[in-house]
Ligand binder design. Structure first.
Ligand code: 3HC
Length: 314
């Protein structure tokens, strides 16, 4: 078959709703797009451990500490899961990690904001994991088999993350005046960065058209953002928290919560590395990588020794 015929057959498989598996023929561009998206997703999970990890030693009770520990540990697992999914595309995990450590690879903008109070931990679980669930539920239907399957397991754990976050939010929103103020302050700081997680407007998104054609994404950035807002505003109102957007209003006809314009200057500044915590996150990741080098070398040495050992017939 000519490349044109292969491409036509590939698109036909996508249009038929078939899953593309690692050993199937795929356009190089499809492979590169998936490596970009899946590796950035993996980096986001690993870097995302840092803002929340900041509060493990300061959780207000043993129960909150255990729950936060479990969540941060889950995020590490999500990252490893996603690096495995990326490796099915023929790239080495170490190469992906080096891209992150050198600042060449992106990770989600949301993790470049500071976690200033315990209320932030509740808001992250509720808004950030809530946004991730909206996005990842869509990705669970992605045309690339390993990515879609990874999402199914990750979404189950994200639901636990969101519930534990919203329970913290509801507890503090119904707590003392000081707790209510602390929670409202956290919502004010995290609301707009959470909307930015879904990426630029569809008209400004260089990757969306191709990803939609290949059903890697089955919904656009703006569709997912609107779905997130529609789900989340009622949850805020249910615990008497306000959303920091004077333009927010419910449209009875479309049944959408219409919202104001995102500060795209802030968004592009953050993804260019100039957010409040970008440098700190990169310093922490590089430090952890250097301090963990002996573990990697020991594991490699052990694996090499095991491989060299003659197999004894069982
Ligand atoms: N943060 C950082 N970069 C972003 C971004 C964000 N929130 N939104 C968009 N970008 C980047 C894109 O990576 C792209 O840059 P690149 O071409 O150099 O990679 C550029 O901005 C233009 O954006 P596009 O809309 O064209 O890019 P995509 O079509 O890839 O859409 C995306 C961006 C929505 C993030 C999409 O890549 C995606 O769905 N990725 C998979 C999910 C993911 O990565 N989620 C991150 C959060 S993980 C998380 O929340 C962990 C949970 O446990 C809390």
């Amino acid at each position: 078959m000519t490349d044109t015929e292969k491409l036509e057959k590939f698109q036909q498989r996508i249009d038929n709703g078939e899953k593309i598996e690692p050993k199937d023929w795929m356009p190089e561009r499809f492979r590169r797009q998936l490596i970009r998206m899946i590796s950035q997703h993996a980096h986001s999970e690993i870097v995302g451990m840092l803002p929340e990890g900041n509060w493990i030693t300061r959780a207000p009770s043993l129960k909150r500490k255990l729950t936060l520990l479990a969540k941060v540990q889950d995020e590490a697992g999500h990252g490893l899961y996603l690096y495995c999914a990326a490796e099915t595309l023929g790239i080495d995990r170490r190469e992906l990690v080096e891209q992150l450590l050198s600042g060449k690879a992106k990770y989600s903008s949301i993790f470049n904001y500071p976690t200033l109070t315990w209320a932030d931990i509740g808001v992250i679980g509720w808004l950030v994991d809530g946004a991730a669930i909206v996005n990842q539920t869509m990705l669970a239907k992605s045309s690339y088999g390993p990515y879609a399957r990874a999402m199914i397991r990750i979404c189950k754990e994200e639901n636990f993350h969101k519930r534990q976050g919203y329970e913290i939010v509801a507890t503090m929103a119904n707590g003392t005046l000081e707790q209510r103020r602390m929670m409202q302050d956290a919502v004010d700081r995290w609301w707009w960065p959470s909307l930015m997680m879904f990426g630029p407007h569809d008209s400004e998104s260089p990757n969306s058209a191709e990803l939609i054609k290949w059903k890697v994404k089955t919904k656009t950035n703006d569709e997912l953002r609107q779905r997130f807002v529609n789900l989340t505003v009622p949850q805020a109102l249910a615990v008497n928290l306000s959303i920091p957007d004077p333009d927010l209003k419910y449209n009875e006809e479309t049944q959408n919560w219409e919202f104001g314009e995102i500060d795209w200057d802030e968004f592009y500044a953050v993804i260019k590395g100039n957010g409040p915590m970008n440098r700190e996150r990169m310093r922490a990741r590089n430090r952890a990588d250097a301090e963990g080098e002996w573990v990697r070398k020991a594991a490699e040495a052990y694996a090499a020794k095991r491989a060299a050992k003659p197999r004894v017939a069982s």
